[in-house]
Design a protein around this ligand. Structure first.
Ligand code: MN
Ligand code: MN
Length: 415
């Protein structure tokens, strides 16, 4: 990638940038007026002499020097947990990116949370459904469903949970070092900092009502906290089997798990280029409003050109270095760079692809506010359309079209 210093050299030399992109330019961006570095002829045209932050700027080579095929202007599709303020309490912390922070993300609010070993995210509930992926350590989750059926489980890195809207739940970090995870609420206007908390309700109910409600003397509640706990340091729970026995006294058992071991599940697509794992209401039954695809792309590979007909895609970048281009009418095309901890967003039906531009595996998850995962692959479409028809559109001969992948590969390896 070009650093600013490289660009100064390139600009001084004049020809290097033009030479490196000349081939692309021969069939890239035909739009008027000519846009892109390939068209910059004036001395110093590509220099950025103004104030800048090298540490931030260097993370966005594609924004600074977009490919010649990028055109127009599109809403920002990049956000990050890396610069989201952490709300820290004893026992853990959380930070979030809501639609207020990230305008195009109207279907999903993202939350990144850490709980220490024994750290408790207190018993609570909220208006939105909660989907999550574990990215570190182990966590015990509890939930009670709408038919009064309790559930307790332990989750580890690569596992998911899903709590339907309004169903009360808790999270607790386990040993040896607690956990970290990312939550998606199925509403861009949700907030982890604004949930219905059990301690708040107790503190704001008269003791005599608590006494009547629970059938015990009012003095029982003399020591309740008067401020909510939200996240607090607790004691490590006992073993899972004992907790399961403790909650199952009525014998009511939910018909489905509230967790799903996504990273350990069989890939739905697998190739030399990487693999795709999907969790939606087909295999993760309880997850009726959120579908997800966990994507691994090997170095040099590309998550193939595709779109999603049924939902926007909210992305969380877990490992590696990515470059995504999104295509819209206009035409508009925008390329952006993503690193671990970053968030991407693609509106429903907009074409996109994601390249692994690093030298290690790229891993990211796409989250969709939809009951089912749906995608349309560009190559799958064009290889299942009469070849003569496709050939006339693209001036590519039918024999070449016959070589295109016709199995919706998901990931294409480095060529
Ligand atoms: Mn919650
Ligand atoms: Mn996608």
């Amino acid at each position: 990638m070009f650093s600013r210093r490289d660009m100064l050299v390139v600009s001084a030399a004049g020809a290097a940038m033009t030479a490196s992109t000349a081939h692309a330019a021969s069939f890239g961006n035909p739009d008027q007026p000519p846009q892109g570095a390939v068209n910059a002829k004036g001395p110093g045209n590509l220099r950025d002499p103004g104030p800048q932050n090298e540490a931030i700027g260097s993370q966005f080579p594609s924004a600074q020097f977009p490919p010649a095929t990028d055109v127009g202007g599109m809403p920002m599709d990049w956000a990050s947990f890396n610069n989201a303020p952490r709300r820290i309490q004893n026992g853990g912390w959380a930070r979030q990116v809501t639609q207020k922070d990230f305008a195009i993300s109207d279907t999903i609010t993202g939350v990144n949370m850490r709980l220490t070993a024994g750290g408790i995210r207190e018993l609570h509930w909220h208006q939105a459904a909660e989907w999550a992926i574990m990215t570190y350590g182990s966590c015990r989750v509890t939930v009670l469903d709408a038919l009064g059926r309790p559930y307790v489980a332990d989750v580890n890195e690569g596992d998911l949970w899903y709590f339907p809207a309004g169903q009360p739940h808790s999270l607790q970090g386990l040993g040896p070092d607690g956990c970290e995870f990312v939550i998606c609420f199925d509403d861009g206007d949700a907030s982890e900092f604004n949930t219905l908390l059990v301690t708040d309700w107790f503190a704001h109910t008269p003791p005599e009502v608590l006494a009547k409600n629970f059938g015990v003397p009012a003095e029982t509640f003399a020591e309740i906290p008067l401020q909510n706990l939200w996240i607090f340091q607790g004691k490590l729970p006992g073993d899972l089997a004992a907790d399961r026995v403790a909650v199952s006294k009525a014998g009511r058992v939910p018909p489905h798990p509230f967790i799903f071991r996504l990273a350990a599940s069989a890939p739905t697509k697998e190739s030399r280029g990487g693999d795709v794992r999907v969790a939606d209401s087909n295999n993760f039954t309880v997850s009726t409003t959120v579908a997800a695809a966990l994507i691994t792309v090997r170095p040099g590979g590309v998550r193939e050109m595709h779109w999603h007909p049924n939902a926007d895609e909210w992305q969380y970048y877990i490992k590696g270095k990515a470059r995504m281009t999104v295509f819209n009418t206009g035409p508009n095309a925008m390329t952006m760079d993503f690193n671990a901890g970053d968030i991407g967003y693609v509106k429903r039906n907009l074409g996109h692809y994601v390249e692994n531009v690093g030298d290690t595996d790229l891993e990211f998850i796409g989250v969709f506010r939809a009951p089912r995962y749906e995608e349309i692959s560009l190559s799958d479409w064009l290889t299942h359309t009469p070849p003569a028809l496709v050939a006339q559109h693209l001036n590519v001969d039918e024999a070449t079209i016959a070589k295109w992948p016709d199995n919706a590969p998901g990931i294409m390896p480095k060529s």
